[in-house]
Design a binder for this molecule. Structure first.
Ligand SMILES: Nc1ncnc2c1ncn2[C@@H]1O[C@H](COP(=O)(O)OP(=O)(O)OP(=O)(O)O)[C@@H](O)[C@H]1O
Length: 271
């Protein structure tokens, strides 16, 4: 388990864990469309520390989702290389080392919360996963103990996202990729889930890569915020969020918090 300090890399057992969970070396992605080529990403070079919490922000179309998809092995880079846990994204995915949470919870409506969380254990190669926590324990971890038998339509939007997070964690992934997971939620629910997510991050030690449009959310959650520029998507700036952990409601009223939000706002305006 990784302690909640701002020097996370030093807490990792180096005999078993790579220093970097993700290494991006000149990653470029070009899509060919009917209207010509779209340069979604151009030469992204950056490393993500194992056990860290990194947010990606930037204007619409700057390639945030594309970058997550490269790491998740859903898209191959046109140029450059992505390394995940010292391996190819393909092998990391095959070994079930990557969990993904989308903006929409994408739960199966005919399955209960528990059955949804169990789903990844029922599909894919057998015997590849020995989960640290059972689906029931994961539902407890995300604050849904006692709601195992609820169907998605019986749960609020925030609860459905909690189920989606539990489902993403069921294979015990080393990396959790989250693409605007709380974007559709009201502000109070979102703040509460941000606090929950940090608690889950603390207890699982997973590396989190989090896409958001919210500056405040990025600052509240992250150890570092990667700001991307659009057309083509490229790295603009990396900002260290030196607020320390644990974070809670008090964090949002710290002077440093507002200063970091202003700094990021200015960077986004020039992106
Ligand atoms: N499958 C695809 N085919 C063609 N173009 C694509 C494809 N996927 C993404 N793009 C283009 O690549 C660029 C980056 O898209 P991406 O969705 O990664 O951006 P984003 O930063 O996540 O955007 P948003 O903040 O609006 O969600 C955009 O110009 C988009 O239109």
């Amino acid at each position: 388990m990784i302690a909640m300090t701002s020097t996370k890399a030093s807490d990792i057992d180096m005999s078993i864990a790579p220093l970097n969970a993700v290494e991006l070396d000149g990653v470029s992605v070009t899509f060919s469309t009917d209207r010509g080529e779209v340069n979604a990403l151009a030469g992204i070079t950056h490393n993500l520390t194992a056990g860290g919490f990194t947010s990606l922000i930037g204007p619409s179309g700057c390639g945030k989702s594309t970058l997550l998809r490269v790491v998740a092995d859903l898209i191959a880079p046109t140029a450059g290389r992505a390394t995940v846990l010292d391996d190819t994204p393909h092998n990391a995915r095959e070994h079930r080392k990557i969990g993904f949470v989308f903006q929409d919870s994408t739960l199966l409506p005919w399955r209960t919360a528990l059955q949804n969380v169990s789903l990844p254990l029922e599909v894919g190669p057998k015997n590849q996963v020995t989960p640290t926590r059972s689906p029931k324990e994961l539902l407890e971890l995300v604050g849904l103990g006692g709601r195992e038998n609820a169907y998605p339509h019986e749960l609020s939007g925030g609860m459905r996202q909690r189920v989606a997070i539990a489902r993403a964690l069921v294979t015990d992934p080393a990396i959790l990729l989250m693409d605007e997971p709380f974007g559709a939620l009201d502000e109070i629910t979102r703040d509460r889930l941000n606090e929950e997510l940090l608690r889950i991050w603390e207890s699982t030690g997973t590396t989190v890569v989090f896409v958001t449009h919210s500056i405040a959310e990025a600052v509240f959650l992250s150890e570092e915020v990667v700001v991307l520029k659009a057309h083509p998507g490229r790295l603009h700036e990396v900002v260290d969020i030196d607020l320390g952990y644990p974070r809670g409601p008090h964090t949002r009223v710290e002077p440093n918090f507002s200063e970091l939000c202003s700094q990021l706002r200015m960077l986004l305006e020039s992106a």
